[in-house]
Design a binder for this molecule. Sequence first.
Ligand SMILES: Cc1ncc(COP(=O)(O)O)c(C=O)c1O
Length: 453
Amino acid sequence: MNLSKEALATLASCMQTLEEGFEHLPATTAVLGSAGDEQALVAAAKRMHNNYPYQHPFYIGQMLKPPHPVAHLAYTMAMNLNPNNHALDGGRESSKMEKEAVADIAKMFGWDEFMGHLCGGGTMANFEALWVSRELAKESERRTVLASDQSHYTHSRLSQVLEIPLSSVATDDVGAMDVKALEQELEKGDIGLVVVTLGTTLAGSVDPLPEILELGKRYEFRVHVDTAYGGYFTLASNLDPYTRMAYDAIKQADSVVIDPHKHGLQPYGCGCVLFKDPSVGRIYKHDSPYTYFSSNDLHLGEISLECSRAGASAVALWTTMQAFPLSLDGEFAASLSQCRQAAMEFHYWLHESEYFTPLFGPQLDIVCWIVNSESASQASELSQKVFDEAFKRELHLAVASAPHSMCAALQCIEDWDQDHVIVLRACVMKPEHLEHMGLINIMLTEVVKDVLG
Ligand SMILES: Cc1ncc(COP(=O)(O)O)c(C=O)c1O
């Protein structure tokens, strides 16, 4: 379980510390029912049984990673006050903590000067980046956004909401943006923004940011890096050199999105958007008559689209980053390298296996593979069967659809009777996966043997 008895004792003691700050106020009693309505809580806990065990290494399916206990404790502690980081009136200290935490994230990418803040998640963060870009391009002809066909689907939906044209750029055989295809689109002349994904959702593929920036010298466009999933991997020590170059180039982008609620050990509701040019803050300007009375300092609501936001998110992130600073030689960086190591070991095992073939070597920690099959439809059917059979054994995988163009390595498939194949997919997001990989491999072998009869 995420919180041990010792952790709960620590929570009680830090709650006490929090209370001490308000002891001088007259005592009050809760008016609404009992604070410890055990019956309702037990009923809720029982309902939660109907979830996959996301916290366990046997859950290796989607992008789900439990928050670190320190984030969990800090969030719960802060909930006693339930601060709202929209304005300093609602979250005085938690707003400062947010600014400090966000500055550390910006520093991780090499930015000392920037404008940025936390928000609900990667969708909201990307929304702001696209919106700012649209506002900057208002006066020009360059309105179109380009994103690869493997970019997160949120970009096409957000472009619809923002009423900006979006064109899709083809990807290569490892799911990364094809630079030649990009240049063909740029030649059309109306491109305002290129979305570069460092860590695609399907397979963790990394778009060639250095080459894309190079094109920026010939064609004029903004670069937005969507590294909602992969951002923290910039701290990993075991990226391949090509991937490393892409991460090192992030500092040259115009805006960046990273999700602390994916690899940053945080509970959901924690995304982050950063802009290199702090002056884009002017675009957010509004004149609410009721929000900002308490101080002349910057209220985060002045530079974010969302209004109310959980201050507890900022407290949790700040506290986690005190415990696990974003340093290259720290424990947190090592934990990311472990995830990547586990993914690579899994890939090699699949590569050697007589039953499976991996799609390609992982650039981060996501692995996709199929059961060896002669046709795309048979492979798809077997992926689903392995998924179902593994589920029965409490091994939780994911399935996803990979286009034919990403399947060059699947030479066993002779008959492409459909233009895609359903693959098995694992997000190897927990450092604990490293020590459980052997067991997971054994379970997978048993599963596939059963499926193949
Ligand atoms: C690359 C990428 N961008 C954006 C998102 C959307 O983020 P969120 O689910 O936090 O809104 C995701 C989610 O998986 C993602 O992988």
